[in-house]
Each structure stands twice: as structure tokens, then as C-alpha cells.
Write a protein that binds this ligand. Structure first.
Ligand SMILES: Cc1ncc(COP(=O)(O)O)c(C=O)c1O
Ligand SMILES: N[C@@H](CCCC[NH3+])C(=O)O
Length: 454
């Protein structure tokens, strides 16, 4: 069914004060041609230059988020480090950007480590995470003498010990604990609970045993403790609870082992806005509440004040990125459904299929046109679950229209696949009206280059 146009005329109802229908599309920036712009660049020009699907970042939005996180620490005058969790979006250009902004970065694989070093991230500002770091990855980290390895399990301690002995060297480590806190988020992205695969469990005594092993090892320099309670968290409450648990742990460890943590790493997980109804706390609010709690609890426990580390990933890049698609076919079953298909889908954004994640959609060639249809935006992959936006309120679309899905900057490209042998999209950085290709589009030759045949 196509609805009568007046039903979706925001202005008509809003002027009469009887309806407040908003979407991310009401906040878009456009140029004189009436086209959606990103970082001051016309999105239609981007697609004609680089093709689609295309992931376009507004670099100023990334920089602004970085400065909000940093400023809250600076204002409170406490020692800190903001470490970008690069799994959210890993590209050499991104490491260059965050290194230039004075951040550290967290890597979770040899591939991310190589890219971070290539991007000029100083090794001492890199921390290595992961629940099953391979011996070869640990060796790479030791050889690069990165800032710290966030030790996750006993097997890792054994591997690391062997590598350090063989190389006759030392490394700094941080103990990752599972603090037993369930974050209010999707269960697939909740990581702080006791049954998480990540980190040493506190209650069973694993964490204490791990600390003792690390302290007893002369080749490992224990800098502090780490926890990460989950991702896409909207309120500071979970972080405040994590501070309480971590400081009480530090107090016990101080009493028992005389251990004094130089740093307290509270992980990432700060939420981003995907659709209009999402309302994550602003970056500075999270940080302010974390700092207030650390100050209070550390003073009460009479401990040395540690450097406070956080690891935002999603919140730095999600809202800065949008994916531009070209509209192709459509299917209308009157009274049942309306599908608008685009030239990408679950291969460049698996999040709706994996987490039932919600997105909005904007017609980039006429973002302010009357929205008169509710459609399901689907991709081109051979899966019924290949849905990008479930109920998108859009103007009538036509083949060749450019459709933008905002807030795809985190865990989109980094979780992209070659399903159905579709090449991964290109990525551009846009700022002050200039665009720069930072990841080129994959070609069929790229895909075939791995394929050895018989
Ligand atoms: C240890 C760790 N730190 C930081 C992050 C980044 O999380 P987010 O992108 O939600 O900020 C993750 C991912 O959830 C993580 O596992
Ligand atoms: N990839 C997830 C979050 C996992 C974060 C990494 N521990 C997402 O898209 O929301």
C-alpha cells in the first residue's frame, strides 16, 4: 500500500502541534542542489566518483567525539588515556587520525596490530586484547614492544612466559577480569557477566590466581586491571557499578599482595545513536560519572589514584559513517509488504541480521521530499534475513536513486564479508568539502586471488 501523501507530511501535522514525527533524516545537511552532503561533500558526487555501496565518514564528527571524551578528563584534571577500540573501524587512515589526536588504540589481532603500526600509532600507545591470542600474535606484540598486553587467561600467561624467556625480554601487562556485571544491552554484546568467555572470573578466585602468577613473573610488569561490561550501553550506571567492583578488588589485592595499580581500565561500550529514538548519554556525562565514582571509591579505599583508561570504539565512529547505496529493484505485495532493494546489504552491514539492529534511511538525492511510503529496505544477498532497514519511511523511490543509511560507521566495514562473492565496498573520509579514498573497493580479481582451483 502506498499511503496518501498528507499522512506523512511532517510539516502539516507538526505545524498544528498534533504530531511529532522525527527521524535522523530531519537532521541532514544538504547543498544548493538539495542533495545530502557528508563532511560538506555531495553524496551523489561521491557515488558517481567511487561507485556504490560506499561508506562515507564525516571526519569532523569523529574528531568532535574524541574531543568530548578527552575534554571531560582534562576538565576533571585526572590522569587518563582514551584508547580507540579499533575493532569498530580499522583502517590505516583511521589509526593515523586517532594517533594524530593523541589517542592510543586497542587491537585484537595481528592484523589490527600491523595496521595500527602502519598508521603510525606509537607502539607504546597500543594495547592488545583477545580471549585467544595466538602465540604468533603475542610474539608480534612482544617484538613491537607495545604498551601492554591485556592478559585474558592462563594459557596466554603460559604462551607469553615462553616467548619472553626465549627472547630474553619483558612486557607490560594488564589483568582482564570479568566483574560479574550484566550490561543492559543485547546478550551477544554483553561481556562483563560471570559466564562471559572474556577475562578472569573474580568470584571463583581465578582473577586472584592470575594476578599472583603475573606478579611472580619477573618478565611481566603488571600495570593494572581491566574490565569491559558490554557494548551499546546508554547510561553510566553499569560503569559506576564496574568502578565499585574494580576498586574493591584493587583494595583486596593491595591488602593481600601490596599491589598498587597504575591504571584502571574500564573498557568501552558507550552507546551511539542509530535511530531517532536512541538516546545514549553524551560522552562527557559517561566520563564525568566514571571519574566521580573513581575519586570517591579510591579515596575511601585509601589507594593511590590510578590513571583512568577508557576504550571507546562505536561511540567514536558510528554516527560519523553512512553507507550510500543505489536503489535497484522493488517488490510490492499489496497489503503485505513493500521491498526496496539496494546494491549492498548484509555483506557490508551484518548488524541488523545479527543483533536485530535498527537503522534509518534517507533518500540522498532528495532528503527533504515528502515521505509517503513505509518500505523494507533489503539487500541483494541470498538470505531472507538480508534486511537493512525494517520500516523505512521514505519518499517514493526509483531505480538509480541513492539511498543513505546513516550511523553505519561502527562494526559495518569491519564485520563485512564476501558472501555471495560480493566485493567489499570502498570507504572515503570527507571533511571541509574534500573527500579522500581511504579503502579502495574490492574487485573480482581480489576475490579470485585467493582461489587456487584444482
Ligand atoms: C575489551 C573491549 N574494549 C572496547 C570495546 C569497544 O566497545 P564499543 O565499540 O562498544 O565502545 C570492546 C567491544 O565491545 C571490547 O571488547
Ligand atoms: N560488533 C558488535 C559489538 C561487539 C563489540 C566488540 N566486543 C556490534 O556491532 O554492535
Amino acid at each position: 500500500m502506498v499511503f496518501p501523501a498528507f499522512l506523512f507530511n511532517y510539516n502539516f501535522f507538526e505545524k498544528r502541534g498534533c504530531l511529532k514525527l522525527t527521524s535522523l533524516s530531519d537532521e541532514v545537511t544538504t547543498n544548493e542542489a538539495g542533495h545530502l552532503t557528508i563532511g560538506g561533500v555531495d553524496t551523489l558526487k561521491l557515488v558517481s566518483k567511487y561507485g556504490s555501496p560506499l561508506i562515507a565518514y564525516d571526519v569532523s564528527k569523529i574528531k568532535s567525539q574524541i574531543s568530548h571524551f578527552k575534554q571531560a578528563f582534562i576538565d576533571a584534571d585526572v590522569p587518563y588515556r582514551v584508547t580507540y577500540a579499533s575493532k569498530a573501524f580499522s583502517a590505516v587512515a583511521m589509526y593515523q587520525l586517532v594517533a594524530g589526536e593523541g589517542l592510543g588504540c586497542d587491537v585484537v589481532s595481528g592484523g589490527e596490530l600491523v595496521a595500527a603500526l602502519k598508521g603510525g600509532m606509537p607502539a607504546k600507545r597500543i594495547e592488545f586484547h583477545g580471549n585467544n591470542k595466538l602465540p604468533i600474535e603475542l610474539e608480534m606484540a612482544v617484538d613491537a614492544q607495545i604498551g601492554c598486553i591485556v592478559v585474558d587467561n592462563f594459557q596466554e600467561i603460559a604462551y607469553l612466559d615462553k616467548i619472553l624467556k626465549e627472547k630474553d625480554t619483558t612486557i607490560s601487562v594488564v589483568v582482564r577480569v570479568a566483574p560479574g556485571i550484566e550490561a543492559e544491552t543485547h546478550k551477544y554484546i554483553s561481556t562483563g557477566q560471570e559466564n562471559s568467555k572474556f577475562g578472569f572470573d573474580v568470584h571463583s578466585g581465578q582473577a586472584k590466581k592470575a594476578l599472583k602468577e603475573l606478579l611472580d613473573n619477573p618478565r611481566m610488569n603488571v600495570l593494572g586491571v581491566h574490565c569491559h561490561i558490554g557494548s551499546q550501553i546508554f547510561a553510566a550506571r553499569g560503569f559506576v557499578m564496574a568502578v565499585d567492583k574494580m576498586v574493591s578488588l584493587l583494595q583486596q589485592w593491595h591488602e593481600e599482595f601490596g599491589f598498587s595499580a597504575k591504571l584502571l581500565n574500564l573498557g568501552g561500550g558507550f552507546g551511539a545513536r542509530y535511530v531517532d529514538s536512541d538516546a545514549p548519554s553524551p560522552a562527557e556525562d559517561f566520563v564525568k560519572q566514571i571519574i566521580a565514582e573513581v575519586k570517591e571509591k579510591i579515596a575511601a579505599a585509601n589507594l593511590e589514584f590510578p590513571e583512568i583508561w577508557i576504550e571507546p570504539g562505536r561511540s567514536l565512529v558510528a554516527e560519523a559513517g553512512s553507507t550510500l547505496y543505489t536503489v535497484g529493484s522493488r517488490k510490492d505485495v499489496e497489503g503485505v509488504c513493500h521491498f526496496v532493494a539496494v546494491d549492498g546489504g548484509m555483506g557490508d552491514n551484518i548488524r541488523p541480521a545479527l543483533y536485530q539492529a535498527k537503522y534509518d534511511a534517507i533518500l540522498a538525492n532528495k532528503p527533504h521530499a515528502l515521505k509517503e511510503q513505509i518500505v523494507t529496505v533489503v539487500g541483494k544477498y541470498c538470505e531472507s534475513g538480508d534486511i537493512l532497514v525494517k520500516d523505512a519511511l521514505l519518499p517514493i523511490t526509483h531505480p538509480g536513486d541513492i539511498l543513505a543509511v546513516p550511523s553505519t560507521g561502527a562494526y559495518g566495514y569491519t564485520m563485512a564479508s564476501n558472501y555471495n562473492r560480493n566485493p567489499r565496498p570502498a570507504v572515503v573520509f570527507c571533511e571541509d568539502g574534500q573527500d579522500k579514498l581511504i579503502i579502495r573497493r574490492e574487485t573480482y580479481d581480489d576475490l579470485l586471488s585467493y582461489d587456487l582451483g584444482l
